[in-house]
Write a protein that binds this ligand. Structure first.
Ligand code: ATP
Length: 301
């Protein structure tokens, strides 16, 4: 099983477990999901800023999303790593549920990618390393994200990543072997071939998504594209993608070792020796894995 980074730490929380909405001053809306609204809020006692996700109970029941919401809470409470959104506490009133989370003040990584077109190799390597470090922790806790994509990678005030959106995640029970989790979840461009063919998700389904993300960092677009989901799925199943001119040999080699149809042959998966062979890839030569959370991220270029 993957070793957990020594960089793991948990700040002591100043938020007690018995908070109510009255303990916070709610500010502007910072985002909206299909059944949630996220507000910037300041805790009265500490003056600290949080992102509070507010969910209407009626809406969740109507949309039959209580499983999704419960899973998100369950996973967030297990996580203990600087590269994930932290859930400080939850509370409720008769109509709503409230999730008090760390505030990712710089928003989605996708915003920067769209603005710049693509990232240079140094930035791509740095942000890929942060995702790898986060995935090592997640898989070490026997959790598969199942919907990893640039929209779900937020940034804190220091421009380090905070991975979010665990509603689709799967927690494997202690005794459970990762024989594949049977249900279709994810986003078309990042979905793995095994999920398409048999609806089975493995830890390495997240490594497939990682391959798509690295390609997107360096080229600006995900590798499998099409006008309709069906076309995208056809391309994924046939591993039908091309590298644009200028894609370096080192980055290409890494992507090719992640975008492998057989989930047991992807770099970073258990059958391939877990995370060390992935972390030792030449693409990460400039990365100091131990100090990554305390390293100043390179300016996005
Ligand atoms: P859906 O539920 O439809 O899949 P979602 O998962 O993006 O959408 P939310 O988790 O409610 O829904 O997030 C809505 C938006 O709020 C996100 O797009 C994100 O940009 C922003 N957001 C969510 N959490 C935070 C946070 N902790 N800090 C800053 N912004 C956040």
């Amino acid at each position: 099983m993957a070793s957990q980074s020594t960089a793991i730490r948990r700040e002591s929380s100043t938020v007690s477990l018995k908070k109510t909405p009255n303990d916070f001053v709610f500010g502007r809306q910072i985002g909206e999901g299909s059944f949630s609204t996220v507000y910037l809020a300041r805790e009265l006692e500490s003056g600290k800023e949080y992102a509070i996700k507010v969910l209407e109970k009626n809406h969740i029941m109507r949309e039959r999303k209580s499983g999704y919401v419960m899973r998100e809470k369950q996973v967030l409470l297990k996580l203990n790593h600087p590269f994930f959104i932290r859930l400080y506490c939850t509370f409720q009133d008769p109509d709503r549920l409230y999730f008090v989370m760390s505030y990712a003040s710089r928003g989605e990584l996708l915003k920067y990618l769209n603005k710049l077109g693509c990232f240079d190799e140094r930035c791509s390597s740095f942000y890929t390393a942060e995702i790898v470090s986060a995935l090592e922790h997640l898989h070490g806790l026997k959790i598969i994200h199942r919907d990893l994509k640039p929209e779900n990678i937020l940034l804190n005030d220091k421009m380090h990543i905070l991975i979010t959106d665990f509603g689709s995640a799967k927690i494997l029970e202690d005794t459970e072997v990762n024989n594949g989790i049977n249900s279709f979840v994810g986003t078309a461009q990042y979905v793995s071939p095994e999920v398409l063919s048999s609806k089975q998700a493995y830890y390495s389904s997240d490594l497939w998504a990682l391959g798509c993300i690295i390609y997107q960092f360096l080229s600006g677009l995900p590798p499998f594209r099409g006008g309709h989901e069906y076309q995208i799925f056809q391309k994924i199943s046939k591993l039908d993608y091309e590298f644009p001119d200028g894609f370096s040999d080192v980055a290409r080699n890494l992507v090719e070792q992640l975008l492998v149809l057989d989930p047991t042959r992807r770099l970073g998966c258990t059958d391939m020796g877990d995370y060390n062979p992935l972390k030792n890839h030449e693409f990460f030569t400039s990365i100091d894995w131990e100090t990554l959370p305390d390293t100043d991220p390179p300016t996005l270029l």
